[in-house]
Write a protein that binds this ligand. Structure first.
Ligand SMILES: Nc1ncnc2c1ncn2[C@@H]1O[C@H](COP(=O)(O)OP(=O)(O)O)[C@@H](O)[C@H]1O
Ligand SMILES: [Mg+2]
Length: 188
């Protein structure tokens, strides 16, 4: 079985080969599927990351949430403690580039919210199994965050990101739903 780091490298390579039109097509189909989910329709506060290549595009999802009057909260990483804190985002200009080209909320321009107020959390990941196990980027931030999170969560993935298996560890917390361009995988 592939270890996590080998798989991360392979997946980044695979995803980097998606052409812009295909990337846009898949991202649009995934976003459209998400908007049909009851959890999306009912959620007032959406926790979501600002996508960086090669993740499914979330800019369009954030815009859609704003248009629908939802509140968008995005994570700021605290690398020392490997902790996430979610802060309000009302416009993209409240973002700054921190490390690895990731965009995070500017503290002076945004407000921290309680994790318990998030109605729907969109959990990022590089690869997923059909039983919901998630290979992240290696920080374990979401495994930690999810241990105390009781709200709804789901993940977005290109078909290429659905893999048969990987070396899951005890601390890995599965997601309950994965939306791909062609299907919504419900994990029970
Ligand atoms: N709940 C947790 N408490 C403490 N450490 C954790 C927890 N979850 C994950 N970790 C640590 O974080 C590191 C990265 O976890 P890993 O699952 O490989 O990353 P990712 O989920 O981002 O792919 C591991 O060393 C793991 O032991
Ligand atoms: Mg993990």
């Amino acid at each position: 079985m592939f270890d996590k780091n080998t798989l991360r490298k392979q997946m980044k390579e695979t995803l980097s080969k998606l052409s812009k039109p295909i990337y846009e097509d898949y991202s649009y189909k995934i976003a459209s599927r998400l908007y049909n989910e009851d959890v999306w329709k009912h959620a007032n506060i959406i926790g979501i990351t600002v996508s960086a290549q090669p993740e499914v595009d979330t800019y369009q999802i954030i815009r859609k949430a704003w248009e629908e009057g939802k509140q968008v909260v995005i994570p700021k990483c605290y690398p020392k403690e490997k902790r996430l804190s979610f802060r309000t985002l009302t416009e993209f200009s409240q973002l700054e580039s921190v490390f690895f080209g990731l965009f995070e909320p500017i503290v002076d321009l945004t407000t921290e919210i309680e994790p318990a107020s998030i109605d729907l959390l969109i959990v990022p990941g590089l690869a997923f199994t059909r039983d919901g196990y998630r290979l992240g980027f290696g920080g374990g931030y979401y495994d930690r965050f999810l241990t105390n999170y009781i709200g709804e969560s789901l993940s977005l993935a290109f078909n290429q990101q659905i893999i048969p298996q990987f070396a899951v560890e005890k601390h890995d917390i599965p997601v309950s739903k994965i939306i791909t361009p062609e299907e919504t995988v419900k994990i029970t």
